[in-house]
Design a protein around this ligand. Sequence first.
Ligand code: HEM
Length: 124
Amino acid sequence: LPFSIVSEESIRCLVDGFYDKVRQDSELGPIFEEALGQDWGPHLTKMYDFWSSLMLTSGRYKGNPLAVHQRLDTLQIGHFERWLGLFEQTCHELFGPEVAEAFLIRAHRIAGNFKLALFYRPDR
Ligand code: HEM
């Protein structure tokens, strides 16, 4: 496995590898293309900051991810399973099980929060 620890370098590699898969995915790819166009550079930089803030408490990410996803009108609840599947695959390509699990716990927790906020509609 390429990495034994969480570092800025291994986070960049995870983010790059993950979004390569996302970009090629028939359902997720078009959502990102629509939002980002052809220049993924700024998004990738933001995602390095995001994961660095979560995993290394670097504090570099400032933003409101929920609000950003609220604006994606083609986002469907089923897309989360696909997103998490690709993220899990990438984590296991790069890290041993303990480090992979540390990323995955956070990804699942945030995906769960997004799903509730975006799709849960109690009867009123
Ligand atoms: C940004 C799609 C799930 C974290 C974005 C953007 C897209 C997107 C298209 C770029 C929006 C823009 O810049 O206009 C999706 C889809 C998901 C998903 C289709 C699955 C259904 C997640 C999850 C996480 C996450 C589970 C966290 C673990 C982020 C963050 C940003 C982002 C941090 C940057 C927000 C900002 O601009 O500050 N996402 N996303 N996304 N996504 Fe997701």
